[in-house]
Write a protein that binds this ligand. Structure first.
Ligand code: ZN
Length: 381
């Protein structure tokens, strides 16, 4: 047996953990923080309390509220120029994957030259960044604990995967109380992203025993809490389990990598600006169905983790039951189809070609042809 396993971030998980921000930043010797978030997080009233903890600890805050979904390279360069000019010594990200991925990219550019596009790939960043504290407000990407930053190349219309050394956050402050105000739609789509991470990591060609254990527990936590968290947002136990599940899925996939669901989702978002979680949720049941013959026993394990009673079922039947459960979850959570998202069929050819070039395709348990991807897109339409 041989494997490599690591998690870039120290984690503090718990109700109220985000209140430690100022203390943690000051503890690392910070005097001036670059704090990144989007307007939605600000409107939810999350930012001001966090800035107050920085001030109370003697750390000045330079705020950037212009984070965009599917963060474009142009926005990253603009924010990096501001952070460099302000001479900050720590970066803080508050929000979902877009805020945290943007902060990781900007942190790279604080100690490495622009443009960000030259770092597309794995282990391409040569100089460590400043300390980075990530505070998730969604239970989705797990970006607070992964060694990846996903930035959109606006010229190539491609989601770059910048990963490996010197990319991840130094500290993750995972506070379920910050996710309580998340609207139902965002809870559902980001939660389905987390479920996709756990399932893809579990059946990945890069899976190993440590990631398997984490992925299965994540599937259990997410499947048994996603509907509750979506329909009764103030259920703290459900919120807490979702944040823990998304983070454990992050532990798993930062090591085991992902699969064909993400390979299809990335070009969908790059071309149509579709939210990442929605793009994954749409493709998940159909890619699972495609993958069942190549990883039947593993899909049976997934069914068991989902709390499906598999007594008397063949492995294939159990695997199909897991696929059906995901299809039903999509229906219950009102995840749209590709058609409902306004995706035009004329783009399927380009989407399929782009999907085959994605890094995660090489980790998918079954090697897809272009026709296979086109068939999946057709089913998801
Ligand atoms: Zn994802």
């Amino acid at each position: 047996m041989e494997f490599m396993f690591g998690i870039p971030s120290f984690v503090h998980f718990g109700e109220g953990a985000s209140k430690k921000l100022g203390e943690m930043a000051a503890g690392m010797g910070a005097k001036k923080a670059f704090v990144m978030y989007d307007k939605g997080v600000k409107a939810a009233g999350i930012v001001d309390g966090l800035i107050a903890t920085l001030k109370a600890a003697g750390v000045e805050a330079v705020e950037f509220d212009g984070v965009l979904p599917n963060p474009p390279d142009t926005m990253v360069e603009e924010a990096a120029a501001l952070a460099r000019a302000a001479n900050v010594d720590i970066v803080v990200a508050v929000g979902g994957g877009s805020s945290i991925d943007s902060a990781k990219a900007i942190n790279i550019l604080l100690t490495n030259p622009s443009p960000i596009n030259q770092y597309d790939g794995i282990n391409t960043v040569k100089v460590p960044g400043k300390p980075l504290i990530a505070i998730p407000t969604t239970s989705g990407t797990g970006s607070e604990v992964t060694a990846f930053s996903i930035v959109t190349d606006t010229v190539r219309k491609k989601k770059m995967v910048i990963g490996g050394q010197f990319v991840g956050a130094t500290i993750a402050l995972a506070d379920p109380l910050l996710t309580v105000g998340m609207p139902p739609k965002i809870t559902a789509s980001t939660g389905m992203d987390a479920l996709t991470h756990a399932i893809e990591a579990y059946v990945s060609k890069g899976a190993m025993i440590p990631t398997d254990v984490l992925a299965l527990k994540a599937i259990d936590l997410i499947c048994n809490n996603i509907v509750k968290a979506t329909k009764s947002g103030s259920d703290i136990e459900a919120r807490s389990n979702m944040l823990l599940g998304s983070m454990m899925a992050g532990f798993a996939f930062t090591n085991a990598v992902l699969g064909l669901v993400h390979s299809i989702a990335h070009p969908l978002s790059a071309h149509f600006n579709l939210p990442h979680g929605v793009a994954n949720a749409i493709g998940l049941p159909y890619v699972m169905e495609f993958n069942v013959p190549a990883a039947t026993a593993k899909f049976k394990d997934i069914a068991v983790a989902m709390a499906i009673d598999v007594t008397g079922m063949t492995d294939t039947d159990a695997a199909q039951a897991a696929v059906a459960l995901v299809r039903n979850l999509n229906r219950e959570l009102e995840i749209p189809t590709l058609k409902e998202c306004g995706i035009s069929r004329e783009m399927f050819d380009r989407l399929a070609e782009d999907a085959l070039k994605e890094v995660s395709t090489f980790f998918n348990p079954r090697d897809p042809s272009k026709e296979d991807v086109l068939a999946i897109l057709e089913k998801a339409y």
